[in-house]
Ligand binder design. Structure first.
Ligand code: ATP
Ligand code: MG
Length: 334
């Protein structure tokens, strides 16, 4: 399938020099046109930092310290998001990418009705649209995200958290983006609500054609609703695979651990074990593979050499893993 956004060797730090925390480390990830790509990993693994970095919305002291983010427009040559001028960047963010960030539902203006806020976005996107079709469009957008049009007159506080989040998605869709990035909060929305939202997004992209990057700590959601899944640990992507393949046969021991942290979707019940130990401290990363201190299958090279993302031992071209059990992974010593 066609490449839409290529993240190449992206590095993001918080702070500078010796003080810098390397939160995203040489991440390679490609989003294809029209797909749902899920990104999962424990808290602190760098998921949000990656999303902020690739859209250049990093709050200080965050800095992109390396890499490229190449966007392939439907018409015209590819562009590097990281070297766009501020004007190009605004246009890109506005027209091509919509981002619904962690806690975005709280960014609705409490003193304005939903209608006012939605109509404003539509007007900004289509300045020549007259009031009547504009209202029709607002109703249509709400309907798309599963909210009845009579909610247009509500104020944000009259809606549940999940509804507010869906209003934010409706506003994002008003811009007819190529890419929708959703960074789901661990705490603010329950998993039932996340499931509804992701299910709706996955269905909508079929009709509207956008691609989705969906970020969550909940891998079971991604298994159900995404086409491909990338797993992040200690700032790196450690495994990437089509969702069904990842679920049926995880290659990285960390992915295996994550999968055993939630009940099986179907088939025989699995024992729930979770992953012992805690995620790494970015200021004091273990040598070698960041996961090795928690890994039940660590062996000789794991504590001294960092495995990079590469093809698995069986050569499956659709998958990639960063683990010494799959020695095709290129080595780095650091
Ligand atoms: P969660 O699932 O909790 O949202 P996450 O995977 O999105 O986690 P990030 O928020 O991207 O993780 O954070 C990645 C790492 O960067 C964490 O270790 C965090 O402590 C660190 N970090 C985030 N913001 C800053 C900051 N402003 N200054 C220093 N370190 C930061
Ligand atoms: Mg986050």
């Amino acid at each position: 399938s066609e490449r839409l956004l290529e993240i190449r060797k992206l590095c993001v730090d918080y702070g500078l020099g010796d003080e810098a925390v390397h939160a995203v480390r040489e991440v390679d990830l490609t989003l294809h046109r029209g797909e749902v790509l899920g990104l999962a990993g424990e808290s602190g693994s760098g998921k949000s930092t990656l999303a902020y970095g690739l859209t250049r919305l990093l709050p200080p002291p965050g800095v992109v310290s390396g890499g490229q983010v190449v966007y392939h427009p439907a018409d015209g040559p590819p562009v590097d998001v990281l070297s766009m001028t501020p004007a190009q960047l605004r246009a890109f963010r506005w027209a091509e990418t919509s981002i619904v960030f962690q806690g975005a539902m709280n960014s609705l203006n409490p003193v304005h009705r939903i209608s006012t806020q939605l109509l404003d976005v539509i007007k900004a996107h289509e300045p020549r649209i007259t009031p009547e079709p504009r209202l029709a469009r607002a109703r249509e957008l709400l309907r798309l995200v599963g909210i009845s049009a009579d909610r247009l007159d509500s104020y944000p506080h009259q809606l549940s958290g999940g509804m507010r989040q869906r209003v934010m998605i409706a506003m994002a869709l008003a811009l007819e983006p190529q890419i929708v990035i959703m960074d789901e909060p661990t705490t603010a929305l329950d998993v039932v609500m996340q499931r509804q939202i992701l299910g709706q997004l996955a269905e909508l992209r079929g009709r509207l054609g956008f691609a989705v990057l969906f970020i969550t700590h909940d891998l079971s959601l991604l298994v159900e609703f995404s086409d491909r899944i990338a797993i992040m640990y200690g700032g790196r992507i450690v495994e990437e695979a089509p969702a069904a393949e990842l679920y049926h046969r995880a290659l990285h021991p960390y992915t295996e651990g994550l999968l055993h942290s939630f009940p099986a979707l179907r088939g025989p019940r699995r024992e729930l074990t979770g992953i012992p130990g805690a995620p790494p401290d970015l200021r004091a990363m273990p040598g070698g593979c960041a996961f090795h201190p928690r890994c039940p299958r660590a062996f000789t090279p794991c504590d001294s050499r960092i495995p990079l993302l590469g093809p698995p031992a069986d050569g499956d071209p659709g998958r990639a893993v960063a683990c010494w059990l799959h020695p095709a992974a290129e080595a780095v010593t650091r």
